[in-house]
Ligand binder design. Structure first.
Ligand code: ADP
Length: 424
């Protein structure tokens, strides 16, 4: 078309005697005309909701048609993403748990209705820092130091409405490259049940303590008075006495565990001289070891101090050394010592050369009432609570219990204290 127009204008120019000027004027007009059409096309392409294609034919018409098609596709994609997003939000909103999407700097990006109820969040809180809205010291330190598989249980924020959650569990998961997912769960019922269980154990143990003490007194009295009577009565009474002692130990240990579970705050940062504690345990248990002709070796530096609670360290040592005496062989050797491991942690160990523990039991040893039947033929008065207490006491000090044991060779129980608690 352009070529025909050029030919016509050229001929007209030749006829009037000014072909070059006429052609130049024509080309200029043509450029201006096309530029304006391009501008029109550009503006139309930017208007997302204008579906009237500005040109039907020619090259620009084709380009306009292509733009129109891709505009339609984009719109359909947008609709589909919007629909998926709505579905996702609906799905999350029927979740029984609260979900909050957080940026890495803890700004709230989005949350569902349950999260709004459990954490008392309002629509306008989006974009705010969550630690400014949920003010709880445990929550703040959890946000700072979180490791992905940790969860905390804390009091739910107080609300005026009658919908009530008393305790909530909070979990944080990495989500995408630069976001985190905060999951909130109402654990009021679970915590109440736990509390009832703890209260029951603590109350029952407390109530049983007095009658047992009375029974023990009578048994001892009878034992003393039957010394000269028939041996059979004495033997039976001694068995009763043994069982009473076992029940008393169990009750004391259950009470210790429930005290530990209550998490009452007592100083865990006193300076405790480890050698002093070991000397005390040694003098308490020396006679039991002597009866079994066992040798005690204590190798603890005199100036070694731990930042800990003294009675906790005593409990830990009494249990571990007591177990070594009970479960090591007669005439065996018990070594109590100290070392610093590769990570700089302080390790207090109690090692015996007794019968050891089969590998399949190791993971369960710190469960309450768990006892290794084949090891307990001789020691029938154990309760299976000692190592549970040790583990609890260590956890309060951010320390860990490691158990190394080989059947037939012996066991080594290691209390691993973080370097910050060691003062040497
Ligand atoms: P208890 O000694 O009262 O039974 P613990 O919780 O202290 O309870 O120990 C749990 C079980 O672990 C014991 O019953 C025993 O079978 C086993 N155990 C503990 N210490 C040793 C040890 N040093 N050697 C062998 N077995 C042990």
């Amino acid at each position: 078309m352009l070529l025909i127009w050029l030919a016509v204008v050229g001929l007209l120019g030749i006829l009037i005697g000014h072909p070059v000027e006429l052609l130049a004027i024509f080309l200029l007009a043509f450029i201006v005309f096309q530029y304006r059409r391009l501008q029109q096309l550009y503006r139309w392409s930017k208007r997302s909701n204008d579906n009237n294609v500005p040109f039907e034919d020619g090259l620009l018409g084709q380009i306009a048609e292509d733009i129109f098609q891709s505009k339609k596709q984009r719109l359909a994609q947008k609709e589909s993403v919007k629909y998926q997003l709505e579905r996702f939000k609906k799905l999350i909103s029927v979740f029984p748990d609260g979900v909050v999407i957080l940026s890495l700097s803890n700004e709230i990006q989005w949350f569902n209705d349950q999260a709004a109820r459990l954490l008392i969040l309002k629509k306008e809180d989006t974009g705010q820092l969550i630690n400014h809205l949920v003010r709880h010291p445990r929550f703040t330190s959890f946000l700072k130091n979180m490791t992905s598989d940790d969860a905390i249980v804390m009091e739910a924020p107080i609300m005026e409405t009658n919908w009530s959650a008393e305790k909530i569990e909070i979990r944080l998961l990495p989500y995408g490259d630069d976001e985190r997912l905060l999951l909130v769960r109402d654990v009021t019922k679970v915590e109440r049940t736990n509390q009832v269980r703890k209260d029951f154990v603590s109350n029952a143990s407390h109530e049983l303590r007095t009658p047992l003490t009375v029974m023990k007194g009578y048994v001892e009295m009878l034992l003393a008075s039957t010394a000269n009577e028939k041996a059979q009565v004495g033997a039976s009474l001694r068995k009763v006495d043994q069982q009473v002692v076992k029940m008393q130990t169990m009750i004391e240990e259950l009470l210790t565990l429930s005290r530990l579970e209550e998490g009452k705050v007592e100083s865990l940062d006193s300076i405790v001289n480890l050698r002093g504690v070991c000397e005390q345990v040694k003098s308490e248990l020396q006679s039991a070891a002597q009866q079994r002709k066992q040798i005690f070796n204590f190798d603890i530096p005199p100036s070694l101090n731990l930042k800990a609670n003294k009675s906790s360290v005593l409990t830990i040592m009494r249990n571990l050394v007591g177990n070594a005496i009970n479960y090591a062989d007669k005439k065996g050797e018990i070594n109590v010592g100290w070392l610093i491991d590769d990570q700089g942690n302080g390790v207090l160990y109690v090692k015996d050369n007794g019968k050891g523990i089969a590998a399949r039991h190791l993971a369960r040893l710190t469960e309450r009432f768990y006892r290794v039947a084949e090891n307990n033929v001789m020691n029938k008065t154990g309760t299976g609570l000692g190592l549970a207490i040790v583990k609890h006491e260590l956890e309060r000090h951010e320390a860990q219990l490691r158990i190394d044991s080989t059947e037939g060779k012996g066991s080594c129980f290691q209390c691993v204290f973080p370097a910050e608690r060691v003062d040497q």
